[in-house]
Design a protein around this ligand. Sequence first.
Ligand code: R5P
Length: 312
Amino acid sequence: MDGRLQIFAGNSNPRLAQAIVGVLETPLGRAEVSSWSDGETRVRLEENVRGSDVFVIQSLCAPVNQNIMELLIILDAVKRASAARITAVIPYYAYARQEKKTAGREPISAKLLANLLTTAGADRVLTIDLHAPAIEGFFDIPVDHLRATPILAAHFRRLGLTDFVVVSPDAGAVVRADEFRRRAGGSLAIISKKRPGPEVAEVLEMVGDVAGRDAVIVDDIIATGGTLLQAAELLRERGARRIFAAAVHGVFAGQALERIQASPIEKVFVTDTIPLPEGMCTDKVEVLTVAPLLAEAIMRIHKDLSISALFT
Ligand code: R5P
């Protein structure tokens, strides 16, 4: 599009924002994004955006609600400053696991968030690995939905393992695990998991043979780590040799990192859609960057080029 490219970022993932503008060789837009003394978010753009093609980068990780509010208020500021087009770049889309009612009288928070983003001023959304791809349909604006599985699979291939099994830790992760297997090699095993309560994972059974072989558990999110650790225990019981994990979004809530540290898992690969929590032991975690992927997508959107070329 004609307008000049300008990129702003909230405070959720400054390292990723810097890496993206580094790849694009463009400076990050100047803006004050801070708080009033009562905790309300305060935003002021410090440069003109009139007629520009503006991208606002914000991961909706912890503190989730604050980061959402920051993004909404930045979008509002950009809209009111007469940008020609605004794209919300959301490497990690929060509330995505609340995308349907599982019982009566529950909200559909992922849809509410989509409404809020549109109302605030987003004309487009660029995101990575939505927990449920159907969330794209919650928006009536274009959504470019990138996948990080190719980055994880390419890295895993470089380990040079020869006899390994790609493990889906639940039915919902099968498509992603199979995509990983297609790119990295190996065979597929599928675990059946149930959730007896919120944030409680219980492994039921596994289809596939892991005895005497290496295994890599592939998922979209590691939150409490419950799903991952239950899967790892089962793999160990069934005779797996080395156990790895690969996930797009390392939420690492609560004691997740300590639990991973004490688990049979040798290495966990995640991307930098979410910064690692500070002050925690992250010895087993290796972070791969999505900055070049997002930078390429931003440039393609700006130049009205195809995004599907990024999926090959
Ligand atoms: C399934 O619902 C998701 O794909 C992940 O398996 C889940 O969000 C991981 O959560 P946790 O680490 O708390 O088990």
